[in-house]
Design a protein around this ligand. Sequence first.
Ligand code: ZN
Length: 184
Amino acid sequence: MAKIFINPGHAPGGFPDPGAVGPSGLRESDVNADVAAMAADYLRAAGCEVMVYQSNSLADICNQANAWGADAVVSIHCNSFSATATGMEIFTSRGYTKADDLATLIMSQMSGEFPVLPVRSDWSDGDVDKEAGLYVLIHTEAPAVLVELAFISNPAEEAILASYEGKRKFAASIARGVTDWLSK
Ligand SMILES: [Zn+2]
């Protein structure tokens, strides 16, 4: 049974770090936790073993994922920049790894669910993922991706992130991307 580790970004309950906060007061840490819980439900229904772990410590997150023996790690975040910044992003560590395929499959599902949201990619390596030396991506042993669902700083996207249906669609996209990757 595949073991999928899901990390909702920022501190549990928003203390001390709620992550980004939208114009209406929506907290990233809460959106991330909701989407992670829903994705976990979908993945368990699909036969995966799932660990959801939210922590203020990035080292703690990576230690938990590695000690548990995760087969894949998905970290969930919301983007934040300005009221007009828009779209979805997914990050992997630099260079081609198995995480690149996972990122491609998750983003394919997300863009299918949210055709109005642009996919933000630099296409630097020909893949949809952006590549960066983010802590959770380089200190986890399993293939790891970091998803930026949408811009919480953009009122229209904040509304999607606040809605049950929006969160459910993001969760379903992540779960389907993971199961597509597992069955490759
Ligand atoms: Zn974040």
